[in-house]
Write a protein that binds this ligand. Structure first.
Ligand code: MCF
Ligand code: FE
Length: 407
């Protein structure tokens, strides 16, 4: 059992409460959280680590959507237009994936931890990053990807997916949880979606899917036209989308931990359906900016909880959640920065944990002791400004605790 005290405890709990001069008692879980004064009275003989002036202790950040297999990209892929990006992925995928060695991914994971992330939702196309991941202390929900829209390939693709999933399952532990990613409504045949979701219900695992991120995807799914048409004709001999957005969403009933990534072009009815499914929206603001020059309308999704993801280096220049949060406050410029910052830190902690089905993301009794601490550059006058100043000023954390252990 350990006790830490900080100037500011940002709990990210249901009331979003902040404790000034607080202390937290923990082993692998959080045992107690209160004012330093009360904790000192209760544990008079216990040593307390006092973090001191301007210190902040908060739940570790949860990056709900990341593709580590694309970690070797920096300048290779085309940005600015989704179709150009997709073509560049197809052209350079093998080369990029080969360059994403275990050493490279190890280094990225170290930096991810140093920049405050304690849990990731890792989307995996091939399981090439599995070895690096299982050797890292970071918590991971490992989403094995299902992809393929050709009807004559369903059995083969499903068998390939199941073998990756079953292999990943061998490494199941409290910090490695296998899950399922359905790539998207345009790239997965509805029968394959059906089989994968049936499997997910048996496994009781989390499910995530990319959904309506580009205008090109919208035109293709709704009207079978636009630049996806040429792409699908050339590559797969298909002239029609395999499913409509609502038909796709309708398949996702009765899944406990469900999330849809992007949703930038989703209609009001789609958003309502996502809410009715009890799902979360993974918001990847930088990815949306660089691939599509678009942004999620936070007002439009106000009834659906959202999480924060960096996506991969395939569509971002950083895997740091603090960089991503800074981008969020800059891109969503019509929202008041103080309120938005509070919402964003909840999205990046508590909501991320809920979307992934984890008892994390809050400084609250019985929650996993995944915490980060760092110092603000100067004295904070008003606690109402805490979330905003954390986002504006934090690049690296001083210490990371995962499952009660310093990493
Ligand atoms: O989220 C971004 C953009 N949207 C879709 N897919 C990906 C993203 N980053 C990486 N991907 C991967 C995806 O998992 O790109 C591959 C898939 O395996 C090719 S998409 C035909
Ligand atoms: Fe993605």
């Amino acid at each position: 059992m350990k006790i830490i005290s900080a100037n500011w405890l940002l709990t990210c709990n249901e009331n979003n409460s902040i404790i000034k001069n607080g202390a937290i008692v923990f082993d692998e879980k959080i045992l107690e959280i209160d004012s330093l004064e009360n904790i000192q009275k209760k544990y008079p003989n216990k040593q307390i680590e006092i973090l001191g002036k301007n210190s902040v202790l908060m739940p570790g950040l949860i990056n709900s959507h990341i593709h580590l297999e694309f970690s070797a990209n920096s300048t290779t892929l085309k940005y600015g237009n989704f179709m150009n990006w997709l073509n560049s992925v197809i052209k350079s995928r093998d080369e990029l994936i080969n360059k994403a060695t275990k050493q490279l991914i190890d280094a990225k994971l170290k930096k991810i931890i140093k920049t405050g992330t304690t849990t990731i939702g890792a989307i995996s196309s091939y399981s090439f990053e599995l070895e690096a991941l299982i050797n890292s202390p970071i918590n991971k929900v490992f989403f094995c990807e299902v992809i393929g829209s050709k009807s004559d390939m369903i059995d083969t693709l499903f068998a390939d997916f199941k073998s990756r999933y079953n292999n990943a399952k061998k490494y199941s532990s409290k910090n490695f949880i296998p899950a399922i990613a359905i790539h998207s409504p345009y790239s997965v045949h509805p029968f394959l979606v059906r089989e994968a979701l049936k499997f997910s219900r048996e496994e009781k695992c989390a499910v995530s899917a990319h959904f309506l991120e580009s205008p090109e995807e919208f035109d293709w799914l709704h009207k079978d036209e636009g630049s996806f048409l040429e792409f699908f004709k050339n590559f797969l001999g298909q002239e029609k989308a395999v499913s409509k957005p609502m038909e796709f969403l309708n398949q996702f009933s009765n899944i406990e931990n469900l999330s849809f990534t992007h949703c930038v072009e989703a209609s009001d009815a789609d958003i309502k359906k996502i809410g009715d499914l009890g799902a979360y929206i993974n918001h990847c603001v930088t990815s949306n900016r660089v691939l599509n020059n678009s942004k999620l309308d936070l007002e439009k999704i106000k009834n659906v909880p959202f999480t924060i993801g960096t996506d991969g280096l395939s569509s971002n220049n950083s895997l740091s959640m603090f960089d991503e949060l800074r981008n969020c406050i800059m891109v969503h410029s019509s929202e008041n920065i103080i309120n938005l910052s509070k919402k964003l830190l909840i999205a990046a902690t508590s909501n991320g944990a809920k979307a992934l089905g984890l008892k994390k993301g809050q400084l609250e009794k019985e929650f996993d002791a995944d915490m980060i601490y760092f110092k603000l550059p100067d004295i904070l006058e008003d606690k109402d400004d805490l979330a905003m100043n954390i986002i504006l000023h934090t690049k690296f954390v001083d210490k990371t605790i995962i499952g009660g252990k310093y990493v």
